[in-house]
Design a protein around this ligand. Structure first.
Ligand code: GLN
Length: 338
């Protein structure tokens, strides 16, 4: 860890989106481009998710200026699943701070699946990062609150503030996962055996299971992502949800871990911090510009939405969002002329 970094002021490195109705046109293009993604399977390891219509598909972009662009099934609710990890992490960062959260949860990729038990064993019980289940359950356990119920209330209120509306729980999905999440319970017990969790581990898994069962739409995900893109202020409600520093730290973790063991491929193709969930949602964040939310239930073998990845890839290129893309400050022609 680099000591003393937090005393140095953070300047933003940001640009602007194309103007007019260009964004609407490009969101439509991205939607049509992604229709070529006809492969993948709907998740069924949580029984209630298996009923999802595999053909649902929506793409939404929320600008930091408040503009919203949406095509397809962007108003259809689905459970947020692992995408909740990003927002709960942001809320815990807000209360714990940069150094504490780094020490307790970590930021490095495991190179293994999101629900890997081996990853915990290989790393001496360290949860590694907040986007895999071990790190996410350990993060949920750190939410402010004296009881699991208070922690749950703080999560529901916090995620609703990111979305700019009250998010409801999908009771069927919650019950279905609670009845079949032996693996997550085992992960929490393993963390307990390494003294990596301070509260009742099964209560932490229960709160985690509830946070995963919150219902969102692709439009909600776009607004939630836009809040992370906007230094922590929800661009629709105008309310600050977390600090700009917390957004920066959350996005760094999403860049390295948001798509699990596929995070490198995602960053190479799309070049944005992002997060996927097994119900078919993906969100991606373009700092200072916009948030992307997609919903398409068919997943690749790593658990990432096939069409969501294609739509995000198209938007990242067409809207100029890739954080690694630059042009020469002085174009070659001008250099020669000068
Ligand atoms: N609730 C799911 C689980 O813990 C979330 C996983 C995901 O979206 N990748 O298995």
């Amino acid at each position: 860890m680099i000591v003393g970094l937090e005393e140095i002021g953070q300047r933003a490195s940001t640009g602007v989106l194309p103007g007019g109705d260009q964004v609407d046109v490009l969101v439509g293009d991205a939607y049509r481009f992604a229709l070529r993604g006809t492969g993948g399977e709907v998740a069924d390891y949580i029984p209630a998710l298996a009923h999802a219509d595999p053909e649902l598909f929506g793409v939404a972009v929320a600008e930091v200026g408040g503009g919203l662009h949406a095509v397809g099934d962007t108003g259809v609710p689905f459970s947020i699943q692992s995408i909740s990890k990003a927002f709960v992490y942001a809320l815990v960062c807000q209360s714990l701070g940069h150094e504490q959260i780094m020490a307790r949860i970590g930021v490095n990729n495991t190179g293994l699946a999101f629900n890997s038990v081996i990853a915990i064993e290989l790393n001496d019980g360290h949860p590694m990062n907040p986007m895999v289940n071990a790190g996410a359950i350990a993060t949920t356990a750190l939410m402010p609150g004296n009881t699991a119920e208070q922690q749950w209330e703080a999560i529901q209120t916090g995620l609703s503030a990111f979305a700019g509306r009250t998010l409801a729980l999908d009771d069927d999905v919650y019950r279905s996962e609670a009845a079949t999440n032996q693996r997550n319970r085992a992960i929490a017990r393993l963390l307990e055996s390494y003294q990596r969790i301070d509260v009742d581990p099964l209560a932490a898994v229960d709160v985690y299971t509830r946070q995963c069962s919150l219902l969102v739409t692709a439009k909600d995900l776009a607004v939630m992502a836009a809040t992370l893109a906007d230094g922590g202020v929800n661009p629709v409600t105008g309310r600050r949800v977390v600090s700009a520093t917390v957004c920066r730290d959350t996005l760094a973790v999403l860049a390295t871990n948001g798509l699990y063991e596929r995070s490198g491929e995602w960053l190479f193709d799309i070049g944005l911090p992002g997060k996927s969930g097994v119900a078919g949602g993906i969100m991606a964040v373009s700092p200072g510009k916009a948030g992307i939310g997609t919903f398409a239930p068919r997943l690749d073998p790593a658990g990432n939405s096939v069409r969501g990845q294609l739509a995000a890839a198209h938007l990242s290129r067409a809207l100029g969002l890739n954080i690694f893309a630059s042009d020469a400050a002085v174009p070659e022609a001008d250099r020669e002329a000068g």
